[in-house]
Write a protein that binds this ligand. Structure first.
Ligand code: SF4
Length: 255
């Protein structure tokens, strides 16, 4: 008997929408922040997206809104970015949305931590044009301590995306004393080198900022966990230079 495909999901739970985002990728972006995340990063910027409960929306209503900005996407090279929380927890909804975008010529970027079942991750690769893949830290022990989860499935998902030839920007939020040591940066460079035989992987080093602390306080979460320093321009420059010297292509030309 033939195996039946699961139906696509026509509704999903979102946290919020940003209609004229410009930071997540080149061009004007319609950024959809999905609700729900199974990780618990101690430096999380959006702890208010952790729980699944949010605003329920349909693919039809989101695509209608997205298409209102098509003219801006076309002139700026922008499109839709689905972010979170972790969008892959609602992969069937995201797939439906991405398919509709594909029919309408809207560029699709997926902003993910990669922490979800392998099959769910792979199911989105053929309709994703750009993967913004967040790597918190490569060392497994540090990863467990910082995020509460093992990173083996994350790395396996990342390898699958690279093998499929998906354009990938690895986003690495640099946190002094947490993931910015020589060995952390060496591990990151080695990871990129191991998966980049198609030359489609770049790295974006982003500065950690403490703005998320406000949300932790509002939610009554333990803020001591968030007491990390922000990197100085010199620390950022040094990290980028270290990676460049190890042959990593950076996404920005910043030093
Ligand atoms: S994966 Fe992102 S949303 Fe989830 S806890 Fe970590 S930083 Fe927060």
């Amino acid at each position: 008997m033939q195996k039946r495909e699961k139906p696509e999901k026509s509704t999903g739970f979102i946290h919020s929408i940003e209609t004229m985002g410009t930071v997540d990728n080149g061009g004007v972006r319609f950024v959809l922040f999905m609700q729900g995340c199974a990780m618990r990063c101690v430096f999380c910027h959006n702890p208010d997206t952790w729980l699944r409960e949010g605003i329920e929306v349909s693919v039809d209503e989101i695509i209608k809104q997205v298409l209102d900005y098509k003219v801006f996407f076309d002139v700026s090279g922008g499109g839709l970015t689905v972010s979170g929380g972790e969008p892959l927890l609602q992969h069937r909804f995201v797939r439906s949305l991405f398919e509709e975008c594909g029919k309408n010529g809207v560029h699709r970027a997926l902003d993910t931590s990669g922490y979800c079942r392998h099959g769910d991750f792979v199911s989105l690769l053929d309709c994703t044009e750009l993967l913004l893949f967040s790597v918190k830290v490569v060392d497994p022990e540090k990863h467990l301590k910082l995020t509460g989860v093992d990173n083996s499935v994350i790395l396996s998902n990342l390898r699958a995306a690279a093998a499929a030839g998906t354009e990938i920007v690895l986003r690495y939020v640099l946190i002094p004393t947490v993931n910015d040591s020589e060995s952390d940066l060496r591990d990151l460079a080695e990871l990129v080198s191991a998966i980049n035989d198609r030359g489609r992987v770049k790295v974006d080093i982003l500065p950690y900022n403490r703005m998320g602390l406000v949300k932790w306080k509002q939610l009554g979460l333990n803020c001591e966990l968030q007491e990390f320093p922000e990197p100085t321009p010199e620390e950022l420059r040094r990290a980028r230079e270290t990676l460049r010297n190890r042959g990593v292509s950076l996404r920005t030309g910043k030093t």
